[in-house]
Design a protein around this ligand. Structure first.
Ligand SMILES: NC(=O)c1ccc[n+]([C@@H]2O[C@H](COP(=O)([O-])OP(=O)(O)OC[C@H]3O[C@@H](n4cnc5c(N)ncnc54)[C@H](OP(=O)(O)O)[C@@H]3O)[C@@H](O)[C@H]2O)c1
Length: 254
């Protein structure tokens, strides 16, 4: 059957696969035929995601992406066990609601390590010679947010890291196109997941209503984002690079 979005024959690395959007991406990529490497720190929750996936040959990889220590060797090991890498979904990330006055150097460092260094370092390792198939190429997805494009109170740290990813992706796309590597960004609007379930804008009914009103199509589901990932990982998007795909239920068009 004609299916330009098929991921059959592809090995896809997904970070943040122990929760929320990353877990849904892993499940849906497996349904599209991919072999998936599930990355996050919590081994037990990675196994919970694995249990919901289809097909065989997936791999659990507990790893703290806030540090690049051991990443080079780990990726070599993944390639030797799973074959060359066709795509990466850099979904791991942290968020908070922190007033500007309370931000410390340590927190800024923590945010940039988890949200920015992690994706840049992983992209650097995956796109080394021999780690991906030069004939078929490789698709890298970075995860920004509408907070990388628009502002909100107490989101300085999060916005700073998410904006950085949009800029970094454009330069990586320029540098890596000659090697058949595409680099794109997905910027989701509000999706209810563990990253935000307890934050006031989701948990407080009044604030939640305001947030819902800002999204023309309401709050999103994890699959709204995983389907966008499938497009960018598939050969259907072979001519798309350096793009920021905003999937936000209309938040940024008001
Ligand atoms: N939910 C939203 O409304 C929304 C909106 C816009 C953008 N986003 C972005 O979408 C991505 C996924 O968000 P989500 O809502 O699915 O979040 P989530 O449910 O909190 O999941 C975050 C994931 O990141 C992993 N992670 C965090 N720090 C890590 C580290 N140092 N090393 C390895 N893994 C780490 C966590 O796994 P472990 O704890 O097991 O390590 C978890 O799997 C994030 O980048 C987020 O900024 C989300």
């Amino acid at each position: 059957m004609f299916n330009p979005f098929s991921l059959t024959g592809k090995t896809i690395l997904i970070t943040g696969a122990s929760s929320g959007i990353g877990a849904q991406c892993a499940i849906d990529c497996s349904k599209m035929g991919a072999k998936v490497v599930l990355i996050a720190r919590n081994k037990e929750r990675l196994h919970q995601t694995l249990e919901q996936m289809e097909g065989d040959g997936h791999m659990i990889l507990p790893f703290d992406l806030a540090s690049s220590e051991g990443m080079k060797e780990t990726i070599k090991d993944v390639v030797s066990r799973m074959g060359k890498i066709s795509g990466v979904v850099n979904c791991a990330g942290i968020s908070s609601v922190t007033p500007l006055k309370l931000i410390t150097d340590e927190q800024l460092d923590q945010f940039f390590r988890a949200n920015v260094y992690s994706a840049i370092n992983l992209t650097k390792e995956v796109t080394r010679m021999g780690n991906y198939d030069k004939e078929c190429g490789c698709s890298i997805i970075l995860f920004s947010s509408i907070m990388g494009l628009c502002g909100d109170k107490c989101k300085t740290m999060y916005s700073a890291t998410k904006g950085a990813l949009i800029s970094a992706a454009r330069s990586m796309a320029c540098e890596l196109a000659q090697n058949k590597v595409r680099v794109n960004v997905i910027s989701p609007g509000a999706i209810e997941t563990p990253i935000n379930a307890k934050l006031p804008h989701m948990a407080d009914p009044e604030q939640r209503k305001k947030l819902e009103d800002k999204h023309l199509l309401g709050i999103g589901a994890c699959s709204d984002i995983s389907y966008a990932c499938i497009y960018l990982l598939s050969d259907a998007s072979r001519w798309v690079t350096g793009h920021n795909l905003v999937v936000d239920g209309g938040y940024t068009c008001i």
